[in-house]
Ligand binder design. Structure first.
Ligand code: GAF
Length: 399
């Protein structure tokens, strides 16, 4: 991502570089070229936040920022991993993998995938891996799902494992939930694995049915600006888990399997049955957010891309006021983007920091980015970063 004074990078500009870095990292670590390279993108969520673990709807798209894994088989049940994130290689065998908690830090995402494959009964090939990434860590763009997906694709191909792409998100999510210990839903892994270039992924998180919805920004003369708020994640893990617990409690109080089962037409009646105001607001966010996803999909299907702006902005207000997952930096970025002419703007991802996306006329992208930077300077916040993005493909084998 660029700083506020720099030009936004053309989408895809870093892709060749990151693939070359993965190959070079592999060669430097292991003294030979890799057998192949696998790329998985970061993602932005266009709309549908905290709906995935409520069995609801989401509409993410993949980014051109990617994580690339260069890999080759090695004998036995041993895995060696290098990452640009660390000077040290991490090596583990089946014993360490089979005991969640023994491999920690960034390597847990790799070990978690090996563990989840083994738990599902796959004969996972031993492998050497080298990881390079352009997906910023801790910005809410799914850098962890990108590692999981790229490693999974590499191991599936190297081992000739029978695990089609549509079944890979659940397995990668299992690695994240049960091995890494983050109680996330299915959105991020689905997005980074299943997205298509030029499309957003309309995912029903209960059935895992997908529809690839054309999201042609160029044709509409629009751009999506992703602004990294640079806000430190404040208690993000605990707050995420507590939102999830509140939603599950609300579903149980309402006697439904999940909040997805509360139709928006029945929302007022459902809210009247709940005593706790905080729980009521959580429910209102999830139920109205599911409807906003459906409305956004309808507009995109009809080619009315410009008209989704107000839905994005309404989603942000709901996250801010009802789900209470935004922070001052994020709200400042959204307000400044809208004041500078963005058609819609919202936080994307789990919340408590991370990124904002703004739908803008392509020729106003720099103006909006600079307005956000100026608002940050006024408030004394550290300068934000920004990049314009286009919907990119999901996990791919490069060579
Ligand atoms: C994080 C989680 F990983 C997703 O599963 C999803 O819940 C998201 O927050 C909020 O929509 O990215």
């Amino acid at each position: 991502m660029s700083g506020p004074a720099a030009q936004t990078a053309p989408p895809g500009a870093a892709s060749g570089d990151v693939a070359a870095r993965a190959a070079a990292g592999f060669h430097a670590a292991y003294g030979e070229p890799p057998a192949g390279r696998w790329a998985a993108p970061g993602r932005a969520n266009l709309i549908g936040e905290h709906t995935d673990y409520n069995d609801g709807f989401v509409l993410p798209f993949a980014l051109t920022l990617r994580t690339v894994v260069a890999a080759a088989p090695q004998p036995g049940e041993r895995w060696t991993v290098r990452s640009e994130l660390s000077d040290e290689a991490v090596e583990f065998g089946a014993d360490e993998v089979d005991e969640p908690g023994r491999v920690t830090g960034w390597a847990a995402y790799v070990a978690g995938v090996v563990w989840a494959l083994r738990e599902a009964g796959y004969a996972v090939p031993g492998a050497r891996l080298a990881i390079a990434s352009d997906v910023p860590v801790g910005s809410g763009l799914s850098s962890s799902a990108a590692i999981e997906a790229a490693v999974l694709a590499a191991l599936v191909d190297l081992g000739g494992l029978d695990l089609p792409a549509e079944k890979q998100p659940r397995l990668a999510q299992r690695a994240e939930n049960a091995y890494v210990g983050a109680p996330t839903g299915i959105m991020d892994q689905s997005a980074v694995i299943r997205c298509r270039e030029g499309h957003a992924l309309f995912l029903d998180c209960r059935t895992e049915a997908v529809e690839h919805i054309p999201f042609d920004l160029d044709a509409a003369g629009l751009a999506v600006l992703v602004i990294d708020s640079r806000a430190p994640h404040r208690h993000a893990d605990g707050e995420y888990a507590s939102r999830r617990a509140a939603c599950e409690r609300a579903a149980s109080l309402l006697g439904v399997p999940a909040l997805r089962d509360v139709p928006v037409a029945d929302l007022d009646a459902a809210l009247a049955r709940l005593d706790d105001d905080e729980i009521r607001r959580r429910v209102r966010h999830v139920v109205t957010e599911d409807q906003r996803v459906l409305d956004t999909v309808d507009l995109l299907r009809a080619g009315r891309v410009r008209e989704i702006g107000p839905l994005l902005t309404a989603s942000h207000a709901s996250m801010r006021d009802d789900f209470e997952i935004t922070v001052p930096e994020i709200d400042t970025a959204v307000e400044a983007a809208l004041a500078a002419g963005a058609l819609g703007a919202r936080m994307t991802g789990g919340g408590f920091g991370g990124c904002v996306l703004a739908l803008v006329d392509a020729d106003r992208s720099d103006t909006v980015a600079h307005a956000v930077a100026a608002a940050y300077a006024d408030r004394g916040f550290p300068a934000p970063a920004h990049v314009t993005v286009l919907p990119a493909p999901g996990t791919t084998r490069l060579d």
